[in-house]
Write a protein that binds this ligand. Structure first.
Ligand SMILES: O=C(O)[C@@H](COP(=O)(O)O)OP(=O)(O)O
Length: 258
């Protein structure tokens, strides 16, 4: 029986989503389209009468900015926003900054799909000579985490994302839900996929077929054990949502040479 409602949200389009580059732990802001997506998401949630008690975000600006815009559009700016690196996007390691379509031309679309959507394949790790290494690990936000900066990931599979996310889910988010609070998690494509896998009991194979578009709220209905009891609902115009999912999937296709 459905006992609790939970909302998951992949942030609005970020600048590097637009450029088709793996963004991951690089702190990009929302694009103009992403700002509009976040605003539209808040407007839709307001029209449907939803009210949040607490919002959880990653420590990446695009998820925080999305949460703020959603709350503003809902007239619920006062709602607490709590941030943790454990909701960050999957660490894409050495792939960070690279263009997906170019990677598909070099390594093949299957390999890129494996890196993007498989459960337990970890991309090659980021090393100190990577152009974004210092920008990431010297950022002050990573000295505020509950693990020392040298123990933060250098690349992650989806499984490794779930491993670092689950303690936060169990110890921090679940108690809020059990208190009867309506929770929004404003995070990322892969941190939301990892949580969906856990809540819906999706198999290691089937999770490869799950892709989330930007700026679309996902409504989950959970039982008293915090397990999903109904198919997830992606709220909004279903034709547009399917087109947006296909657009994200197609980001991993090789560009035809000109
Ligand atoms: O890291 C990134 O570039 C994307 C996900 O990329 P894909 O897994 O879709 O390739 O994360 P997000 O935009 O949700 O923060």
């Amino acid at each position: 029986m459905s006992r609790y409602k939970l909302f998951l949200l992949r942030h609005g389009e970020g600048a590097w989503n637009k450029e088709n580059r793996f963004c991951s732990w690089v702190d990009q802001k929302l694009s103009d389209d992403g700002v509009k997506e976040a605003h539209d998401c808040g407007k839709l949630l307001r029209e449907q009468g939803y009210k949040f008690d607490i919002v959880f975000t990653s420590i990446l600006s695009r998820s925080i900015q999305t949460a703020w815009l959603v709350l503003e559009a809902m007239g619920q700016e006062w709602v607490p926003v709590v941030k943790s690196w454990r909701l960050n996007e999957r660490h894409y390691g050495a792939l960070i900054g690279l263009n997906r379509a170019e990677m598909a031309s070099v390594h093949g679309e299957e390999k890129v799909k494996l890196w993007r959507r498989s459960y337990d394949v970890t991309p090659p790790p980021i090393d100190v000579d990577h152009p974004y290494f210092r920008e990431i690990y010297n950022d002050r936000r990573y000295s505020t985490c509950d693990v020392p900066v040298e123990n933060l990931p250098r690349a992650e599979s989806l499984k490794e994302v779930l491993d670092r996310l689950l303690p936060y889910w169990n110890n921090t988010v679940v108690p809020e839900i059990k208190e009867g609070r309506t929770v929004l998690i404003s995070a990322h494509g892969n941190s939301c996929r990892a949580l969906l896998k856990h809540l819906e009991g999706i198999s290691n194979e089937d999770i490869a077929g799950v892709t989330l578009p930007t700026g679309i709220p996902v409504l989950l209905e959970l039982d008293e054990n915090l397990r999903s009891v109904k198919p997830r609902q992606l709220l909004g115009d279903q034709a547009k949502i399917q087109a947006a999912i296909k657009k994200v999937e197609d980001q991993g296709k090789a560009k035809p040479s000109v």
